[in-house]
Design a protein around this ligand. Structure first.
Ligand SMILES: [Zn+2]
Length: 256
């Protein structure tokens, strides 16, 4: 299995990162996709991908971390991508967060610039959304972005899901579907084609139902899988295999 989105580079895992990664292998979670969040995270991500064959990294600036953004960050990002183009899986985590209204104009600007960067290097993107589907879809179309990627932690309507699928994106499915109250997302996930879904944990955030308040971990990926199997018609084996294939086709430089 592949955890298509976790932040195992965060300090939350400093005490036991190697143990968690070793335990993942025992659960057949042998690939972890770790997106970047800000310039200060990039060197460490590249070092982690050197240290752990399981770790595959994306580089990008997450809207939550825009307050740390400095002139020169986009140039540094461009230089790092050029140097490491053969092992970076995407530009990410990039996107728009409508709950952070104080710098939304800046978010639009930095997101657009990173989309252009992804196009320049022919790389997919890992997208963050929150109250922002309309702007994301509008900009992807406006920029004629056609390298696809993953819309992480997808929640939204069937129509919104279809819009992303039409633009070449896979839907990142995380622990939201382990909560019975997530009626709309569970319903959409049960209806879209299996070849549009990828599994993720978003660790250390978004713990599954029953583990609220605890650090989330890629070790919880089987709980997301279990919830997905319960919502779908296909067998567990088929879902595992297809979700893995979907991540490998959505992202660049993935193990085959
Ligand atoms: Zn994330």
């Amino acid at each position: 299995m592949i955890d298509s989105h976790c932040h195992i580079d965060f300090a939350d895992f400093d005490a036991d990162r190697a143990t968690v990664i070793a335990e993942c292998q025992q659960l057949s979670i042998n690939t972890l996709v770790v997106p970047g969040t800000q310039a200060a995270s990039w060197a460490n991500l590249l070092a982690l991908s050197d240290a752990y064959p399981a770790i595959h990294v994306a580089l990008g600036i997450h809207p939550y971390f825009l307050d740390a953004f400095q002139a020169g960050d986009l140039l540094l990002l461009s230089d790092l991508i050029a140097t490491h183009r053969q092992r970076i899986v995407a530009v990410g985590e990039i996107g728009l967060d409508g709950s952070l209204s104080h710098n939304y104009a800046r978010q639009l600007e930095v997101f657009s610039q990173q989309l252009e960067l992804a196009s320049t290097f022919a790389l997919p993107v890992i997208l963050h959304h929150r109250h922002s589907h309309n702007d994301l879809i509008r900009l992807l179309k406006h920029k004629r972005f056609n390298f696809g990627g993953i819309i992480h932690a997808f929640s939204g309507s069937l129509q919104e899901a279809q819009n992303y699928i039409d633009l070449g994106f896979k839907l990142g499915i995380g622990a939201t579907i382990t909560y019975q109250r997530a009626v709309k997302t569970r319903d959409v996930v049960s209806q879209v084609p299996l070849d549009s879904l990828v599994l993720e944990t978003d660790a250390p955030d978004m713990p599954p139902s029953g583990l609220q308040g605890l650090r989330n971990s890629p070790l919880n990926l089987p709980l997301v899988l279990k919830a997905l199997v319960a919502l779908r018609q296909e067998s567990e084996a088929e879902i595992i295999q297809q979700c893995r294939r979907n991540v490998c086709s959505a992202l660049a430089n993935m193990p085959r």
